[in-house]
Design a protein around this ligand. Structure first.
Ligand code: NAP
Length: 328
């Protein structure tokens, strides 16, 4: 992380953001850190999962399906599994070779769907090119789809109902809300339209009454739109895509991008999609990379697991009461 000062973000959202008119030009940008918010969520989860275990007699399992080796994903997975351990969840890494067939992968997911110990399933992307993404997504039980990728959960989101949200998109919005940054009525620009980040983030920002534009790789002259933004969310996976000259003074930036690049010393480091150095004197607030959206994503994912585990345990108990012996 470079420049700026450490976060003033709090989980209570008590600190007003520069988007609300607080000038910070002399101090550098306000850093919207996800870690303190995530720590607060994790503390609550530790209590909740202990209560779950007390009530139901077991700790729920999060199954993480990884197909083939992928360095950035592996780092992300290790973080999730560590977070599981911290809050009292069993993390199960299901490693599958990249030569797996689509049928065999779906069978593995079906097996996890039917395993009562497994409350949530995430499948690490990207998948090898020979595996059609939609067949894998469709095979996840929507009740265990805690990262909201199944069409049922995506549909619920678009209708404004209460399904499982894609955790990264939710984190991008939560970091704004919990930092006290008003979204309603603001000109909000989202760069990226993937089903897991850009599109759901745009829908969530619309739900918060932002006036939302979505940009993508075919958008002509990105800067024309980004300069109009009061809140800019960038999820493109392109390091340095957004530079300072593409921003208007005072904009609040949520940088979702996580990119591994070689530093001047040759060592690898993580950077976002926004060029922090040129942006930092123009923005009023910005999420750091690393330490912004990422930590919050993991914590939110586990709140979804808590909800999934509770729903499943209660539904099993209700079935047992009326004499239905197995999960339908
Ligand atoms: P993705 O599936 O590759 O989608 C990237 C999106 O960005 C696409 O919609 C693409 O447009 C758009 N895009 C690419 N180049 C562009 C350009 N030059 N100008 C405008 N738009 C452009 O990636 P993703 O899964 O959404 O992830 C996006 C980023 O978020 C990645 O860096 C990823 O590592 C990061 N991420 C972070 C977290 C976290 O917890 N913080 C979690 C997941 C992902 P088209 O649709 O036209 O191709």
């Amino acid at each position: 992380m470079s420049g700026g000062r450490e976060a003033t973000a709090t989980a209570t959202g008590a600190t007003p953001g520069p988007a609300d008119g607080v000038a910070t030009a002399t101090e550098g940008p306000r850093l919207l850190a996800g870690s303190p918010i995530a720590a607060q969520i994790r503390a609550g989860l530790t209590t909740d999962f202990a209560a779950f275990k007390e009530r139901w007699g077991y700790a729920p399992t999060l199954a993480v399906v990884m197909v083939g080796a992928n360095a950035p994903s592996a780092v992300y997975l290790q973080q999730i599994l560590r977070t599981c351990e911290k809050v009292g969840v069993k993390g199960r890494l299901v490693e599958i070779g990249s030569d797996v067939t689509a049928d065999a992968l779906c069978n593995e997911i079906e097996r996890l769907n039917g395993d009562p110990a497994v409350a949530g399933i995430i499948v690490q992307m990207p998948l090898p090119a020979h595996i059609p993404l939609h067949t894998v997504i469709d095979s996840i039980d929507p009740a265990k789809d805690i990262d909201g990728i199944h069409p049922r959960n995506a549909g619920l989101l678009s209708l404004g109902y209460d399904g499982f949200l894609p955790a990264t998109a939710q984190a991008a919005v939560e970091i704004l809300k919990r930092s006290g940054i008003e979204i309603a009525g603001k000109r909000v620009v989202v760069v990226g339209r993937s089903n897991v980040v850009g599109k759901p983030a745009a829908l969530l920002l619309l739900r918060e009454h932002g006036t939302v534009s979505i940009l993508h790789s075919k958008t002509r002259d990105l800067g024309q739109y980004t300069r109009d933004a009061e809140i800019l969310v960038v999820a493109a996976g392109r390091p340095g895509l957004v530079t300072g000259e593409m921003l208007s003074p005072g904009v609040v930036v949520v940088d979702v991008g996580i990119n591994v690049v070689a530093g001047v010393d040759g060592a690898e480091r993580l950077v976002g999609d926004v060029d922090f150095e040129s942006a930092k004197d123009i923005v009023s607030a910005i999420t750091p990379v690393p330490g912004g959206v990422g930590p919050l994503t993991n914590a939110l994912l586990l709140t979804h697991l808590m909800r999934a585990a509770t729903n499943q345990a209660e539904s099993r108990a209700a079935r047992a009461k009326v004499g239905v012996g197995h999960d339908a």
